[in-house]
Every structure is written in structure tokens, then in C-alpha cells.
Write a protein that binds this ligand. Structure first.
Ligand code: AMP
Ligand code: GLY
Length: 432
């Protein structure tokens, strides 16, 4: 069987997924909506937006799509799967990678995720949630905690809804801002939680609703500056594997977090088929959930895809069909490092439309487009995160040197990148 695939999304994560899908032996026709110049060199472009559900439906029908792979979370949280699957125009055997609206609440509502974890005994920071009418209770609760304070908007806030403050005054101000509408309806509720002190790591599984397949873990680098300084970004780089994820740690993640999550989703009748991304904190060797996401991570995917040697499209189709039992993931022993080249000024204001040069001179690097466009026949910047340069090597050190030996060859006006991606993890490996 060959699958006609429709991939939704337009970032570096989707280019990495497209790269992997394009190497599948079960790929039929390949379409991307809307894609980007990198993705569209692998898949036929459908112009439009991932929020345009009618267009997605028309595309599924007209292009005789067998499987829809949804990269970003918004369409999932907004019920794209339910919309497509309930349409009489869609073939009954259409496969969809990603949860329906109910399952996507794991990411769409932090309060829902927290209650889910409480119901299933999954380790996470202690918390309470408050509605706008409970502002006084929320500040009273803050005053019972010690700094740093963690205040979160309940809903989707494009990765900006978490505010960590060192003083009570700042924490109270962030409460005011969230309830005052800084994040729109995402801030109708806030979650205030205990601060988890540890090292973050991202785990990914593909689930068919009862079983799961563990993908390579990864670590991302969120701050703009070297040494984890400056404002948060969408992610400046990633590595896989993560040296502190020993067999013992992974076993704890499986038994304390992944298995109760998958069982919990099944027992609550959520019929979750797709990726689950566990944002974890390693606190002294014990994993805690910071957050769930209902899709792959960006820029983790750029490193993770380079370490999967088996056929991910076949795995995704099996998961979407509801039976992963015949699939085995093969994970490469190689290490992967990804460095993101960003526009000058990012994550603040930045220019767009700057011509990009030097890509053709790269050797042994996989380039994923994150924020690019074609103008006058040439590749130009079109976003804050522009390109992901990824390489594999026999260890993180080798992969890292490949990337950094060449990153300066890529140039555009204002291009910048972090110099220290992977260094902390290489040093961690050496310490043990
Ligand atoms: P998010 O936007 O949900 O990815 O969260 C942003 C970042 O806030 C996370 O990646 C963590 O670094 C941090 N964070 C969230 N919750 C906590 C917590 N309870 N303790 C410590 N750090 C946290
Ligand atoms: N890398 C974090 C995320 O995709 O949310």
C-alpha cells in the first residue's frame, strides 16, 4: 500500500517531517499545505492556511489523501480531526495523525492537563488554578509560595503564556496582565504552580490509543543568548540523544509518566492517535511533567528525525489506524545536533526578505527551512527562525563540530545563531 500524504504546517519541524516522509517506501503522492520552500522541494504545495478547515477538507477529497499529518497544535486544539472525520465527503478510511479536540486539551488547557495528571498519579509540579473572578484568591495563594513563582495562562499563547518571576510583585503583575487580557481568551484562567528545579528534556511517543512507540529524546535551547541568557525564543537549537537519559531514567519516564498517560487517555475514552510530546524536568534523577504538547517539538524534530532509521510514515499510518503492534522503531546510534540561524533582532522585531546565500557550500549538513520564502527566484528570509542546520556524528561532539565548522558559510543580513548548542550536554557526558 502507498499512502497519499497531506502534511500541514510550514516550519522547520514540518520540513524535518517532510524530509523523513519523503524517504518512506510507502509514500504515494505528497502534498504540503502551505509548506515552505524547503518542504515544497519534496511535496506539492497547496497554497493556504492550516486554519482553513474547508480548504483542508477540499484538498483531502480532491487529492484523494490517505493520511493527514498535522505538524502544529492549533488545528488539533480547534478540532480539525473531528471536523474531517465527521464530514460525509471524506472516505471512511482516512487516516489522521494527531488527536481530536478532546485529546488535544492536553495542550490546549493547562488546567485540563494538570487535572488529568492528578487523576492518573503522574508526577508534576503542585498547582492551583484560578478564574478571573478569583484574583484575590490567586494572589493569596502566590503569597503562600516561595520564589521563583510560576504563573501560566491556561490556554494556547504561542509559547509565551508562562511567566516565571523572582519577586512576588512581578508575579502579581503577571497575574494582572494575564487576567487583563494579555493573552486573550487563553488567559481566562491561570495556573499557578510550584517551581521545578532541574534540567529540561523532551520525550516523544507515537501512540495508537493503547500502545506506544518511544522516539529518540531531545533537548532544546530556548533562550536567545549563549549560556541560556536573554529572552525566550521558539528554540535556538537541539540535540539528541540527551546524555543524562540513562536506561534507568528512561525506565522511570516510561513507568511513571508515559504509561500512565497512555492508559489514562484510553481509560477516559479519548482515542488519542498521534504524537505526545512530554516536556519534562529531571529533578535529581526523577522526571516531572512540565507540560504536554500534542505534536512534535520544534526544533527538537530536526534532530530527532535524523536519528530514526525505520519508516516513520509506516509507523504513523499504523498508529492512525489504531494498531502499532506490528511496527518497530529503529533508532540510530548516531548523535544529532541542530543549530538555528535567526534573523537579527529576533525574538523582537526583525527584517524579512533578506537574500540567503551559502547553502550550496554546506557538506554533510541537512538544512531544514523554518522561515524562508522565494523572492525573484531566490531564497529569502521570512521569519524569526530562518534555517535549521542539522548534522549527525558518532557523538554529540562530532555532530556539533560539523555544524559549527560550517554555520558561518550561510549568510543573510543580520543572521545570528548561538555558539554553544550541545556544549552543556557534551560536558555532562564527560563529567560522568
Ligand atoms: P512552555 O511555554 O509551557 O513551554 O513553558 C516555558 C518554559 O517555562 C518551560 O520550558 C520551562 O523552562 C519553564 N517552566 C514551566 N513550568 C515550570 C515549572 N513549574 N518550574 C520550572 N520551570 C517551568
Ligand atoms: N521546543 C518546544 C516546543 O516545540 O514547544
Amino acid at each position: 500500500m502507498k499512502y497519499n500524504v497531506l502534511l500541514l504546517g510550514s516550519g522547520g519541524r514540518e520540513h524535518a517531517l517532510a524530509w523523513k516522509i519523503s524517504r518512506s517506501s510507502v509514500l504515494g503522492k505528497f502534498y504540503a499545505l502551505p509548506g515552505n520552500p524547503g518542504i515544497n522541494s519534496l511535496a506539492e504545495e497547496i497554497d493556504g492556511s492550516v486554519g482553513d478547515f474547508d480548504l483542508i477538507l477540499r484538498t483531502v477529497v480532491e487529492k484523494n489523501i490517505d493520511i493527514v499529518v498535522c505538524g502544529p497544535e492549533d488545528p488539533l486544539v480547534n478540532g480539525l480531526k473531528d471536523f474531517l472525520m465527521s464530514s460525509t465527503e471524506v472516505r471512511k478510511d482516512l487516516l489522521f495523525v494527531g488527536p481530536g479536540r478532546a485529546g488535544a486539551m492536553l495542550e490546549g488547557s493547562k488546567d485540563f492537563a494538570k487535572e488529568f495528571m492528578a487523576r492518573h498519579g503522574i508526577p508534576t509540579a503542585a498547582y492551583r488554578s484560578f478564574t478571573a473572578g478569583q484574583k484575590a484568591e490567586a494572589s493569596a495563594f502566590l503569597r503562600t509560595l516561595r520564589p521563583p513563582y510560576v504563573v501560566k495562562a491556561d490556554g494556547l499563547a504561542a509559547g509565551k503564556g508562562v511567566i516565571i518571576s523572582q519577586t512576588l510583585q512581578e508575579a502579581e503583575e503577571s497575574l494582572e496582565h494575564i487576567f487583563g487580557g494579555q493573552f486573550g481568551t487563553a488567559g481566562a484562567k491561570v495556573v499557578i504552580e510550584e517551581y521545578l528545579d532541574g534540567v529540561e528534556v523532551s520525550f516523544f511517543v507515537l501512540t495508537d490509543g493503547h500502545g506506544y512507540m518511544l522516539l529518540p529524546e531531545a533537548k532544546d535551547y530556548k533562550r536567545i543568548g549563549n549560556g541560556d541568557t536573554g529572552p525566550n525564543t521558539g528554540g535556538m537549537g537541539s540535540v539528541s540523544p540527551v546524555p543524562f537519559c540513562t536506561e534507568d531514567f528512561v525506565e522511570k519516564v516510561r513507568s511513571r509518566i508515559i504509561e500512565p498517560t497512555v492508559r489514562g487517555l484510553e481509560s477516559e475514552g479519548l482515542d488519542y492517535r498521534g504524537f505526545i510530546f512530554f516536556g519534562l524536568m529531571n529533578c535529581g534523577g526523577d522526571p516531572y511533567v512540565i507540560e504536554y504538547n500534542v505534536r512534535m517539538g520544534d526544533p527538537e524534530t530536526e534532530s530527532v528525525m535524523l536519528r530514526i532509521d525505520s519508516d516513520l510514515l509506516a509507523h504513523m499510518a499504523a498508529a492512525a489506524r489504531g494498531d502499532l503492534s506490528g511496527e518497530r522503531i529503529v533508532v540510530s546510534a548516531q548523535s544529532a545536533v541542530t543549530c538555528i540561524i535567526v534573523s537579527g533582532g529576533y525574538p523582537g522585531k526583525y527584517a524579512k526578505g533578506c537574500p540567503i546565500s551559502g547553502l550550496e557550500s554546506l557538506e554533510g549538513i541537512t538544512v531544514f527551512n523554518a522561515g524562508t520564502a522565494i523572492k525573484d527566484g531566490g531564497l529569502v528570509t521570512s521569519g524569526g527562525r530562518v534555517l535549521a542546520l542539522s548534522a549527525v556524528g558518532s557523538g554529540l561532539e562530532e555532530a556539533r563540530s560539523k555544524v559549527y565548522a560550517q554555520v558561518e558559510r550561510v549568510s543573510f543580513d543580520g543572521a545570528s545563531h548561538r555558539d554553544d548548542i550541545a556544549l552543556d550536554m557534551i560536558n555532562w557526558g564527560k563529567r560522568r
